[in-house]
Write a protein that binds this ligand. Structure first.
Ligand code: LMR
Length: 399
């Protein structure tokens, strides 16, 4: 049976990890997958996470099953992190959150939930969106529709075009938004634009789904949840896929959450039974180590304060790198204006290179990016930034 199968191409983002690892050039740079790196090029375990893991190791007395919703303390703490303390949906007990294997797990369970209530439902995604959104949603049976988002010429948001396109979806349709640090383009709506988008959701009646994979990496933990909080105040139903991979740097621990705002407590109780049955059919129960660690951090004043500081340090370092890159590109005499990098946020931005220029960066300089020329800004450091700028100048000038 299996012999009928032929190989499929590697995932464009994951394929880069393997290609970079196999390269023996000491100057090689991996600008591909979105993981935070420090000045020495490492992805460290956060101090708050290390401390919480020690507490967990001493505290844990069993590894028995926990059940499909996962670690209860994690679910309640993440719920507060997502919606804040002032949420009327929380006060009215209309929110349910379950732990999932990473943010991708949340997206898939969320998509399964949508398909369970409305098979083949239309889901509108931004152009562009994270390379894995479409495969995940298609695998769940959803019908992908696209709305304009990023203007390549100005490297900015096509706000008016987006708003016009979002006049089309209505009740029974879902629209996916990135809460902050848009992946792949780094461009987010301004706070007043989120107000207008959430107003439009109420007028049109579509269901907002929000992917919040980088909470804390754009403006701050509360600021980055603005879109979710506005939708939760204004719309009867909201679906949120949240990830701790980046802001707790627990990538491989697969720590995420699916949260739903429902129209009533009773409906929320019913919906969570459907979610639990969907996860049971799929992976049965989520892993515990990452969420139990996050639970300890978010329930300790001291560890929470340390973690908040670590998140803001990561954000500041990325923003500093954005400014440094713009400065160095200008100083190198590159004609093209890259000042947009400083107006964008999070790990990613598009460098606006052709596939041929991306290929040259890879083959001639061992600099690895996905074909779209999306780069992970967090990968730059004092040792590699000049080498990158030099290579960029060469490929841009066709040298
Ligand atoms: C990325 O876009 O690089 C990250 O979200 C990691 C991934 O799984 O693709």
């Amino acid at each position: 049976m299996l012999e009928k199968l032929t190989a499929v191409p590697a995932d464009p983002i994951l394929g880069i990890i393997a290609a970079h690892a196999a390269d023996t050039n000491p100057l090689k740079i991996d600008l591909g997958i979105g993981v935070y790196k420090d000045e020495s090029g490492n992805t460290p375990i956060l101090r708050s996470v290390k401390k919480a893991e020690r507490i967990l190791a001493n505290r844990e007395t069993t590894k028995t099953y926990l059940g499909p919703p996962g670690v209860p303390g994690f679910n309640s703490a993440i719920t507060r992190l997502i919606y804040g303390d002032e949420s009327s949906a929380l006060r009215e007990d209309r929110v349910r959150t379950i732990q999932t294997p990473g943010g991708t797990g949340a997206l898939r369970v969320g998509a399964d939930l949508i398909n369970a209530t409305r098979p083949g439902c239309k889901i509108w995604v931004s152009d562009p969106t994270w390379a894995n959104h479409i495969p995940v949603f298609e695998a769940a049976g959803l019908d992908i529709q696209v709305y304009p988002y990023f203007d390549k010429e100005s490297s900015s948001l096509r706000f008016d075009d987006m708003m016009m396109a979002l006049e089309q979806p209505g009740p029974g349709d879902v629209v996916l938004f990135h809460a902050c640090c848009h992946n792949p383009c780094g461009v987010s709506p301004e706070p007043e634009q989120w107000q207008a988008i959430s107003d439009l959701a109420t007028v049109r009646g579509f269901t907002p789904m929000v992917d919040m994979a980088y909470q804390g990496f754009e403006r701050g933990l509360d600021e980055d949840a603005l879109s979710v909080r506005l939708f939760a105040e204004k719309c009867p139903e909201v679906i949120v896929a949240s990830s701790c991979s980046k802001n707790f740097a627990v990538y491989r621990e697969r720590t995420g959450a699916l949260s739903v705002v429902c129209t009533s407590t009773r409906n929320a109780d019913d919906v969570v039974t459907v979610i639990n049955s969907l996860t049971r059919q799929n992976y049965s129960m989520p892993p515990t180590h990452g969420p139990a660690t996050v639970d300890i951090i978010l329930h300790s004043e001291e560890l929470s304060a340390l973690w908040r500081q670590e998140v803001s340090d990561m954000r500041d370092r990325i923003n500093g790198l954005r400014s440094k890159l713009v400065e160095k590109i200008a100083a190198a005499g590159i004609e093209k204006d890259f000042s947009f990098l400083e107006r964008q946020s999070g790990m990613f931005s598009f460098m606006g290179l052709s596939v041929e220029q991306v290929r040259r960066l890879r083959e001639e300089y061992s600099i690895y990016t996905v074909d779209s020329a999306r780069v992970n800004i967090a990968s730059f450091n004092a040792k590699n930034i000049d080498y990158f700028v030099e290579a960029l100048k060469d490929v841009l000038e066709g040298a």
